[in-house]
Design a protein around this ligand. Structure first.
Ligand SMILES: Cc1ncc(C[n+]2csc(CCOP(=O)(O)OP(=O)(O)O)c2C)c(N)n1
Length: 796
């Protein structure tokens, strides 16, 4: 039924009938979407769903926008765009309601399998094995997020990828990914969210880079309750952006203003603007004014609390659907009766979709509940109290018409606890366990790639060091590697502050821009947030960006898109979207408060869903880059700041060797104590170990190599079984990554069973290091601290 609601344009627009049909179809979509919003709110208020946020008031603007969204284009938007999705044929109301109900069946809710709140849409960019789909021939929706303006960095990157494709002749043959960079990124944002730094950084970068980005600002005057006079300079985003406007002979962006109720006007302006940005790659911003929000912000509150009666009346008078209806009558396009028929059909279609979605959602849970009830009722129990109690919980579940999976789990668990000796309790236990497995797959899967594109599938290949291998500086290993990598892998791009012309501050890319071209290795502005966004958008489109954060301490500027977008993406799309960014940075010991950071605890906790690689030297780093490029998971690689001038042997198989992730390396065998660490600290541990050896204390030193994943084969446990003593050492704050490693080995690996003395962590101080060598010495673990701690443990 609802499929008849999606649009089919342009077949016959030149004839009057063609035009009329299109207008009436648009009216129907608008009515349909409005009804979906009204019904959606009611579903929440009557308790069938937990939270609702809808697109009422923005129907016409989105119908107009959808007309120019072509196969190959991308959308990075936010939670108001249901009408756009319906109008583009990318979502049905049934799917919309399935998401509202948090239906975990991906067949019913294809955007996130119930993992995301309603109105958070997505389409696949990879198939079920993680291989790229033909994105150039699909309409692409990157997975929506709730944090305001979080779509902006990614939108910049999606548009920037078009520029990469257009300007890189070696990519032109990949027509499954791009048609000469003609793809536009459609980005939507609320007026209040333009107050975020993300918006300004992205718009500035787009104006500098000149990329096909079309930003639609839905200006309904408020950010929840705060009016735009408190949000935006001059109360108008288009006025505030004037200085960025492109004029002849400058870069910048085109800016248009339209009214959200002006159907014909928006169609005209959007067509012109989109065509311009598609052809010229000059970004465009549509300031869509006079948007209304008939039901208020969300189901969490009522807008009568903050809108005046006059404003509410204005919103009723200028409702876009009402205005479209008036326009249809004024132009004699349809009669009152015809529109009434359309309205009735649209409302009925919305209602049918809602009912079907609810039935689809409920049926499997009901089946589980019924099966649980019947198993529990069959239990033979010896006392009356237990019998009555079990009868009662079964009746309660039976009477509840809106079951949840957790209700079923709970009643099964209660039954197992209450009647442990019942002869037929095993059937209940088995069912409980089988549901646990099912629910684990539904609710806890796909944080990382699980199939062919998983890092676990990458075979280990050892570096091949020939007899006469040259000994060179660490940075020269990277430089040679990147050179051969760029010659061999057309999808790889590298960029960041000072990466292009000078080849990064430590010369990893020195001379390579000149060799491989400005399109592939390039400088960016100082804007870590949107450097991350640039990488995200490129990776979502099948490219393999290596994006640089100049120093690890500045990762904080770029952390938001990594934690909210990249790290959650595979999980929140149930593996349907991949974003294999590689974030390259350098950290640990160097100098002062902002060039010696090692906030690894913060990083591993913020970035579950990415891999965190902490190579001790540049050969290991190269092996990790190779592993990552063979898989589809995103990662951060933290090179050692003080390692670029240390000498290493150049492997002969630079492009081929791989370092398996999650596999520690024992870099020194020993018997008395297991010392676990990573990165720059290892060299200090080696120094301490030499001194300890003189006292007859033999250390087994283990480099974990990656913090995420962590020691998947329990190599550390095997060492502990031999030494029966263990210390975890790093430069992070107390309770940071050393505590994480401690927890992994003690709890997950069961290391506590093999201890002769209390296990220990040795970390940096709680503050950051002061400037100078003594600032470093007294703030980070030093060889003296380490020898004393280990000696005390061994002598205990
Ligand atoms: C980073 C962040 N801060 C706060 C919020 C809570 N929040 C959700 S929507 C919203 C207002 C957004 O207003 P606007 O951008 O105008 O979009 P609208 O909802 O009006 O379409 C706020 C403050 C959030 N989701 N993310």
């Amino acid at each position: 039924m609802e499929q008849s609601i999606t649009l089919s344009y342009k077949d016959d627009m030149l004839s009057y009938d063609g035009f009329r049909n299109e207008v009436l179809n648009d009216y129907k979509v608008a009515m349909f979407s409005r009804e979906v919003s009204l019904l959606g709110r009611r579903e929440v208020l009557t308790g069938k769903a937990k939270f609702g946020i809808f697109g009422d008031g923005k129907e016409l603007a989105q119908i107009a926008m959808a007309k120019f969204f072509k196969p190959g284009d991308f959308r990075a938007g936010y939670y108001r765009d249901q009408t756009f999705m319906f109008a583009s044929g990318l979502a049905s109301a049934e799917q919309f309601f399935a998401q509202l109900y948090a239906d975990p069946d991906i067949k019913n809710e294809p955007f996130s399998a119930g993992r995301q709140m309603v109105s958070h849409f997505a389409t696949k960019n990879v198939d079920e094995n993680g291989f790229w789909l033909d994105l150039a021939n699909r309409k692409n929706i990157t997975s929506d997020m709730a944090p305001t303006a979080s779509q902006m960095p990614r939108a910049l990157g999606l548009a920037f990828a078009s520029k990469c494709f257009r300007n890189s002749p070696h990519l032109h043959r990949y027509e499954n990914l791009s048609h000469n960079g003609n793809e536009v990124c459609f980005c939507t944002i609320g007026d209040a969210s333009t107050s975020e730094g993300h918006f300004w950084e992205a718009v500035n970068a787009a104006g500098v880079l000149q990329v096909p980005l079309a930003i639609f600002v839905w200006d309904d005057g408020y950010g929840i309750s705060v009016p735009k006079s408190h949000q935006t300079t001059k109360g108008s985003i288009s006025a505030a952006l004037k200085g960025m406007q492109k004029i002849d002979g400058t870069n910048g962006i085109h800016i248009y203003k339209v009214k959200a109720w002006d159907y014909a006007g928006m169609c005209e302006v959007f067509e012109e603007g989109i065509q311009k940005t598609r052809e010229t790659h000059t970004p465009v911003l549509f300031h869509v004014e006079e948007v209304t929000q008939p039901q208020g912000h969300s189901t969490s509150g009522s807008h009568e609390r903050y809108k005046s009666p006059e404003r509410l009346q204005w919103e009723r008078d200028w409702d876009c659907i009402k205005k479209m209806k008036e326009w249809i009558f004024e132009n004699g396009i349809a009669s009152e009766e015809e529109l009434q028929t359309i309205e009735l059909e649209a409302k009925q279609a919305a209602r049918d979709s809602k009912n079907t979605a609810w039935t689809n959602y409920l049926t499997p849970v009901k089946e589980q509940a019924q099966k649980a009830i019947s198993l529990i009722k069959e239990l033979v129990v010896s006392d009356m109290d237990t019998y009555q109690y079990l009868q009662k919980i079964c009746a309660d579940l039976d009477n509840n018409q809106e079951h949840l999976r957790r209700d079923v789990m709970r009643i099964l668990s209660i039954a197992i606890d209450s009647a442990p000796n019942s002869p037929n309790i095993d059937a209940v236990k088995q069912y409980y366990q089988s549901l646990k497995n099912v629910n684990k797959k539904l609710y806890n899967s796909c944080l990382y790639n699980e199939g062919p594109k998983s890092i676990a599938r990458v075979e280990e290949v050892k570096p091949f060091i020939t007899f006469d291998a040259p000994t060179v500086n660490g940075y020269e290993i990277l430089n040679k590697y990147f050179d051969v990598l760029f010659a061999n892998n057309p999808f790889v791009f590298a960029f960041g502050e000072d990466v292009g012309m000078i080849g990064d501050v430590n010369q990893g890319f020195a001379g390579l821009q000149q060799k491989h071209g400005e399109n592939r290795i390039f400088d960016t502005g100082i804007r870590e947030l949107t450097i991350m966004g640039q990488a995200i958008g490129m990776a979502l489109r099948g490219l393999r960006p290596i994006a640089e954060i100049q120093y690890l301490d500045y990762l904080v500027y770029g952390l938001q898109p990594l934690t909210d977008d990249v790290a959650t993406l595979h999980f929140r799309t149930v593996g349907q979207q991949s974003c294999p960014v590689i974030i390259r940075t350098r950290g640990h010991r160097l100098e002062g408060i902002w060039h010696s950071g090692s906030p690894m605890g913060m990083i591993i906790n913020a970035l579950r869903g990415m891999h965190i690689c902490v190579p001790r030297n540049m050969v290991q780093a190269v092996g990790m880059y190779n592993t990552l490029l063979r898989s589809n998971d995103p990662a951060v690689v933290i090179e050692c700041l003080n390692g670029y001038r240390l000498k290493e042997k150049m492997p002969a198989n630079l492009l081929d060797f791989t370092v398996p992730l999650g596999v520690p390396e024992i870099i020194q065998q020993g018997d008395d104590i297991t010392v676990v660490s990573y990165g720059s600290t290892l060299r200090i541990i080696q120094d301490a170990s030499e001194r300890l050896a003189k006292d007859g204390i033999s250390c087994e030193i283990i480099d974990v190599q990656t913090l995420l994943p962590f020691d998947i084969h329990h190599i550390i446990l095997a060492s502990l079984k031999k030494t029966n003593r263990i210390i975890f050492i790093d430069e992070d704050v107390p309770g940071g990554a050393a505590a994480y490693m401690f927890n992994k080995v003690m709890e997950e690996q069961g290391g506590y069973k093999w201890l002769d003395v209390a296990p220990k962590t040795l970390t940096g101080q709680a503050h950051r290091p002061g400037y100078g060598s003594d600032g470093d010495y007294f703030s980070k673990p030093n060889a003296e601290d380490i020898t004393q701690a280990i000696r005390a443990m061994v002598n205990e």
